[in-house]
Design a protein around this ligand. Structure first.
Ligand SMILES: NC(=O)C1=CN([C@@H]2O[C@H](COP(=O)(O)OP(=O)(O)OC[C@H]3O[C@@H](n4cnc5c(N)ncnc54)[C@H](OP(=O)(O)O)[C@@H]3O)[C@@H](O)[C@H]2O)C=CC1
Ligand SMILES: CC1=C(/C=C/C(C)=C/C=C/C(C)=C/C=O)C(C)(C)CCC1
Length: 329
């Protein structure tokens, strides 16, 4: 064999090995092949990143997919793209701005009125480390969108979801919850100096605490609630921080970044798994890192914090009035 052929085959083997290893470090694909024909799934923040890939994977499995996004132009484009790729025409773009309780209530009313059933709700949307912005209801943006918006949305859809057999609520949290702390004296960053990282970590800890309290309140029903960390993926999440693949593509860290960071498709696998896997039927109140059930940080297991966060959140979003408003259709 000439030396160029030997070199080429060595390079090929090394490249193949790197790709296989990246796939392995990526956490693996959802092992379940379950179809979800006849089921309706809502994915928040589905126009890009992990949410879009989650919607695509679930559309491939035949579900009726509702992509709930704040920017209808981006949402329609993403929905069209998914319909084209999967030939599943039951993929719809719907308006939902989690930074507005008015929008959340309108979205919930539309779903309650127009949809026969909701089997899976994937609370995926998030904003990370944005400036000290406020939502329409004057909540700090990261706490408002990542936690309070999903808290209100989920509660408004609970009765509808309880009517389906074995429905599932999936809250996309993050490993960042480990560095989180819930400041009950100042949930909305009104008294202390705003810290973008701490606000994100608080919101992601709130996702796990909310999941656990919800699972507790849902005991005795067939509706489950679990949270997950999708893995670190190259998406638009770093838009306020400059932390995305292109920022590193011309640096010495580029190969490391490529190797360690998942693709959005890989990072969507945990959400898909929690949505469809037959072996997870009835599993509730658990936290998953990629495809494995894991113990979250100790502060995420504090039942008193979870209860208190639920009560404070219910007051902040005026949950009772919102429930009455959405029921009175
Ligand atoms: N990427 C990562 O490494 C990690 C991600 N996660 C979690 O994964 C989830 C998905 O993130 P990822 O795909 O990476 O991020 P992206 O930034 O790519 O996507 C976030 C989505 O949330 C939407 N969104 C933001 N604000 C609102 C709002 N007010 N109302 C409705 N939708 C909104 C965005 O819409 P728009 O495009 O209009 O802004 C976008 O569709 C998040 O919960 C994140 O915390 C957790 C750990 C690591
Ligand atoms: C810079 C850099 C990295 C990127 C880390 C990132 C991008 C972390 C993102 C975390 C997120 C987005 C958490 C969300 O909840 C690596 C790969 C560790 C190693 C190379 C240097």
């Amino acid at each position: 064999m000439n030396k160029y052929v030997v070199r080429a085959s060595m390079v090929g083997t090394a490249l193949g090995g790197a790709i296989l290893l990246k796939d392995y470090t990526g956490g693996g694909n959802c092992p379940s092949k379950a179809s979800i024909i006849g089921q309706t799934v809502i994915v928040t923040g589905a126009n890009t990143g992990i949410g879009k890939e989650t919607a695509l994977e679930l559309a491939k499995r035949g579900g009726r997919i509702i992509m709930a996004c704040r920017d209808m132009g981006k949402c329609e484009n993403a929905a069209r793209d998914i319909r084209g790729k999967t030939l599943n025409h039951n993929v719809f773009a719907r308006h939902l701005d989690l930074a507005s309780s008015k929008s959340i209530k309108e979205f919930a009313k539309t779903i309650i009125n127009e949809e026969e059933r909701v089997d899976v709700l994937i609370n995926n949307a998030a904003v990370m480390r944005c400036p000290h912005w406020k939502t329409e209801d004057n909540f700090e943006m990261q706490f408002g969108v990542n936690h309070l918006g999903h808290f209100l949305l989920t509660n408004l859809l609970l009765e509808k979801m309880k009517r389906s057999e074995n429905s599932r609520i999936i809250n996309v949290s993050s490993l960042a919850h480990i560095a989180g702390d819930i400041d009950f004296d100042d949930l909305n960053w009104e008294k202390k100096k705003y810290n973008t990282k701490a606000a994100y970590c608080q919101s992601k800890l709130a996702n796990v605490l909310f999941t656990n309290e919800l699972a507790k309140r849902l005991q005795g029903t067939k509706l489950t609630a679990n949270s997950l960390h999708p893995g670190v993926a190259d998406t638009e999440l770093g838009r306020h921080t400059g932390m995305h693949q292109s920022a590193f593509s011309s640096t010495i860290l580029a190969p490391l970044f490529w190797f360690l960071v998942k693709s959005p498709k890989q990072a969507a696998q945990p959400s898909v798994y929690l949505a469809v896997a037959e072996n997870l039927q009835g599993v509730s109140g658990k936290y998953f890192n990629a495809l494995k059930e894991k113990e979250p940080a100790p502060q995420a297991l504090d039942e008193e914090s979870a209860r208190k966060l639920w009560e404070e959140s219910a007051k902040l979003v005026h949950l009772e009035e919102a429930l009455t408003e959405c029921k009175a259709l």
